[in-house]
Design a protein. Sequence first.
Length: 401
Amino acid sequence: MKMNLLEKWADVLLDYSLGTVDFAKAWKNGQKRLWLRYESPGDDLAKIIVGKIYEKGGNVFIEQWPTWFEYAFCTKASDEVLTSKPGLRLKRLDYTAAYLRILSASNTRSLATVDPAKISMRATGEFPWVEKLLKVDEEGNFLIPWCSTLYPTPAYAQDVGMPLDEFRDYAYDIMLLNEKDPKKALEAFSERGKKLKKQVLDSAKTIRIVDKEDGTDLKMSVERHRWLVADGHVNFPDGEIFNAPRKDSVNGVITFPRLPQHYRGTGPEVSGIRYVFKDGKLVEWKAKVGQDYLDKFLEKQPEARFLGEVALGLHPKIQKISKQILYDEKIGGTVHIALGRAYHLHVLGDEDRSQLNVCPVHWDQIRDMRVPTASVLIDDKYEMKWDADTSRWLFRKPYSK
């Protein structure tokens, strides 16, 4: 890898994505560190980040998490161990100034043959840690800033169907690292998302996903839940606007005819999906590929039959399917829904959170809307469609049926 781009990448992560953290002050006042989790193919980036943290006067805790370990844990550990409370990792959060995860898998299909029941138990055990990491203050800021990024490994390149060198160049491009000032480019990208949010979404009460070609017509309420622009502070690269639907409000049908789904990027392919929701609950589900996996997943996590997220993909440069959710959910011209957990930050302070779904798992599933028959309707007032020429969501008002 070109070292100057790795340096720029590390700088963006520490000065933009985690830019609210003073690592020297965090260490001096509470012995709090950067918690860095990655797998060894990401050593080059990890070394630079560690060096920069030390130069800033901070400290680092490294957690290696190889794919072989995840496989061993899910296949060999007893049910009691799988579902046990992660006491040590919870305690470490008390000494964490920020959490950074570098996705750098050597094998993206390490869990493809693992029983979904075991993966579900694994998620149940980890849930207290996830809940603590995702806590927010009254203004919606994470108490522990965190970010995930993806280091291009041969495994990821193979999933996209690209040579490694080309995939690296693609990864740099979509992270805007080829820009003279990536942070300024990210800020400009963020402003585009904020403008769309202000113009159309902030006042929205309902969102409806429609495709006349295959009968998709899914409607849900987002009333009193706030939209958020994801612009590189939590995921890098980023590029989505997301919200949590009111749990009991989802009704209708949605299909996923073009894009395959992989739970957490390591599960088997599930594709050709058709869902039917009634009063919030998923009551029918079919998949042309992966039906057994989907059945077991929903059987072990009944709260995953409710939605925790609805979102618009915004990124104009992400147009390829990578089978990694960090990239794929940002594809400009897609929408995605998530089975399972909703994030608390969609409701601030003491406001009512009863319509936010609570669940250990969160499975984002992406639907391609880059076809003439597909659109997103806001309050049946605005019609939003992806425009390939401008690489933006365009909307018209009033919407005429």
